[in-house]
Ligand binder design. Structure first.
Ligand code: UT7
Length: 347
């Protein structure tokens, strides 16, 4: 999965199936801040422990963004790395899509800021679906490429979640980390799809930053009440995460007509190691097939799947012809899944 090449015959066969797009990932890149925050660091300031965090979530450490950086800076560095990986220059990019739930500003969006920092004036916009944002963005980006509208597309999941956590709330503060993962999409090079995307807005309060938007504008009262920080009903979110991701993965497999035994790897949103293993089991995969890197990055929301994909590649798991199930779940509530097929020649 690196350079752009012509589709192989097997790619073309895959693409003929409903909802399968002859689009591949031709470059991957990651940017993680230097500062490592360990579980013991949190235990020094909150009533928590390394043991609790590790056994309940799988997290050992996460990264915290530099004071001088913002989401767009992480996105730009990850984007550049993905372009280098693809052998492309910023000026080759036809569209920049940023999936984020922690934008630099309410307005303007982070996409144009990232494009500007890359020195290009391409189409640039954000996709907002919280932790599912990368999967949503992947469908948008792959469709733009497949329909000949834009190519190549630079899709970046980028988050500065530590700017939105309540450092006094042990039930959320220890979970989240900062980082960015990017991919370059171009025609050929395996396939993406089918996709399954969904949402249930009646559960919006389950995982929310209550104030600072149009429904509850910033005021001295909202700040005093700490309503600009993320809140989550953890148990409720956990139950929905397992059920929705598992169902969504099954929908994708059914639609693709793919036997689960031919799936090599599950690369899911890294919110909790236990959730990922439960989803794998429910889908009919072994727990070992659930890729895990939450131990070193924590929950990086929309950045987590591209970071995990890059880590899986570095671990040699994206072998030629590999079938990879991608799945995500997050605030909204939102969820989504798709199949990624690595080209037979490895790309
Ligand atoms: O990224 C978007 C999607 N996010 C998710 O999918 C996250 C879903 N939720 C989860 O991963 C888990 O629910 C959590 C990791 C957030 C919590 O794990 P849990 O096993 O569901 O714990 P819990 O919320 O049921 O809390 C169990 C106990 C409580 O104490 P009591 O009431 O039993 O005395 C909590 O107060 O653990 C306590 N607790 C903690 N203890 C030590 C909660 N957070 C902590 C903590 N350290 N950091």
């Amino acid at each position: 999965m690196s350079r752009q090449v012509d589709p192989s015959p097997s790619d073309a066969a895959a693409a003929s199936k409903e909802g399968v797009l002859p689009v591949g990932i031709v470059g991957l890149g990651v940017d993680l801040p230097d500062e490592v925050v360990t579980n013991d660091d949190w235990a020094a300031v909150l009533d928590t422990s390394d043991e609790w965090i590790r056994t309940r979530t799988g997290i050992r450490e996460r990264r915290r963004i530099d004071d001088d950086d913002s989401t767009s800076d992480l996105a730009v560095r990850a984007g550049r790395a993905a372009l280098d990986d693809a052998g492309l220059q910023p000026e080759d990019v036809s569209a920049v899509i940023v999936a984020t739930t922690t934008p630099d500003h309410v307005m303007p969006q982070t996409g144009p800021i990232v494009a500007g920092k890359l020195g290009i004036e391409s189409a640039a916009f954000d996709v907002g679906a919280a932790c599912t944002g990368f999967i949503y963005g992947l469908q948008v980006a792959a469709t733009l490429v497949a329909t000949g509208q834009q190519e190549p597309v630079l899709l970046i999941g980028a988050e500065a979640l530590t700017r939105f956590i309540d450092e006094q709330d042990r039930s959320t503060a220890v979970l989240f980390g900062d980082g960015a993962g990017a991919c370059v999409l171009a025609s050929g090079n395996g396939s993406l799809g089918p996709f399954d995307l969904g949402s249930d807005g009646s559960l919006a309060d389950t995982l929310i930053v209550p104030a600072g938007g149009a429904s509850e504008p910033a005021s001295e009262e909202t700040v005093a009440a700490r309503r600009h920080f993320l809140t989550m009903e953890g148990g409720e979110t956990y139950r929905h995460a397992v059920a929705r991701m598992a169902a969504s993965c099954r929908t994708v497999l059914d639609q693709a007509g793919v036997d689960v035994e031919t799936v090599d790897l599950l690369v899911g949103h890294q919110a909790n190691e236990r959730i990922l293993k439960a989803v794998a089991s429910r889908v009919g995969l072994s727990e070992e097939q659930a890729f895990i890197d939450i131990d070193r990055v924590g929950n990086t929301s929309a950045a987590s799947i591209p970071i995990a994909l890059a880590d899986a590649r570095d671990d040699g798991l994206l072998k030629p012809g590999a079938r990879v199930l991608l799945t995500g779940f997050g605030a909204g509530l939102t969820w989504g899944s798709c199949l990624l097929t690595v080209p037979e020649d490895g790309g």
